[in-house]
Design a protein around this ligand. Sequence first.
Ligand code: TRP
Length: 453
Amino acid sequence: MEEGHANFGSRMGAILAAAGSAVGLGNVWRFPTEVGNNGGAAFILVYVICILVIGIPIMVSEFVIGRHTQSNMIDGFRRLAPGKWWRIIGYQGVIAAFIILSYYIVVSGWTLYYSVESVAGQLAENRRYDEYFQAFVSNPWLSLAYAVVFMAIVHVVISRGVQKGIEKCSKVMMPMLLLIIGILVVCAFSMPGIDDGLVFLLKPDFSKLTVSVVLSAMGQAFFSLSLAMGCMCTYASYFSPKTKLVSSAMSVAVIDTIVAVFSGFIIFPAVFSVPGIEADAGPGLVFITLPSVFDMAFHSVPFLGYVFSGLFYLLLFLAALTSAMSLHESVTAYVHESLGMSRRKASFLVSVSCMALGMMCCLSFGPLREVTVAGMTIFDLFDFFSSKILLPLGGFLLVIFTGHYLDGRIVKDEITNRGTIPSRVYGVFIFLVRWVVPVAITMIFVRGIIEML
Ligand code: TRP
């Protein structure tokens, strides 16, 4: 077992781990889905603004809390505000991480299944991808089995610890992921639908901008940057005192946004290359639409289609794995540090209990399909509740805490690494955190909720 508090071994490792947390299904699966549903370029523009103005300041706030207290999110708040209610932010974060992980592993299990099937050449044999997908997700045992295998992989990494598990894994997988995405973008540019795809992604049509589009963009920004759930806070507690918080947050945001937009570049030209397929196909987009898109786009060279789809699902799988690790770690760090359990036992407890919840999400595509709340299945409910409600709420409370409660000297010390780096950005940061972010979140959140009712 690690003695004292664990640390990342290098700055590069720390950034790659945090970027690994950020880059996930949110980028490759959820982002294109949201872009498709919300009308393309205008959504992307709002999304990028949300990342810059809201996302980065929240991430830096989490970094400040995590590194200053050297602990998980719940303990972090306990130390900074002993005896105060602020620790509720920590609890809601860790609980939300647990909920997100439980449905995240379900979709991650799908990515594992599709990777295996496409490498084995099975995927290309089945032309009816919608039936194929339905048959898979509604077969409770098969999809459950893949979710369990996925969880087992995450479990092994987490129980190995911070340096030997998370950091080592991120250092290998992130470069692989970036390489794969690079190859796929190059391929995508040779597809016939590239022009339509680029117009859809780059030419904003502002008539499509509604408040609910803005709320979706903000929710997506939170989700994609892994905010407000203790992931970034926990990882920052493993940062060295020399890590520059603001520039690290920016690197993570840049990598994350590039991967998201590139995923759009990979998916939409392909979608527009095939007549009859719509960009707003929903969550099934990358599992149902894409395989047939690959088929048709590469029908003259089936081998390329095979390589393309194999690489694509591998990309999805790697991205899911590093993010799931961070969600798991957020909960495990709390159980391990605060409840005094060994890391092994803590991660085992988290894996098993989360799997139990994940099982319900899995089954909500099959036997539990009829169990709905407000028209949503368990799976949809978990996604809605965590990303549209808990994330904005947690983000809001977090910046109120950092901007208005926390001693400004602590924040300044952390941001300037005790005065050793110039603090030009400090003023901008504190202004955003105090005023802009809370007001923006409130406005978007309240209007969005009203519109939904
Ligand atoms: N950011 C990850 C993704 O894009 C998912 C994720 C990891 C996450 N940790 C999180 C989302 C914390 C919300 C909160 O897929």
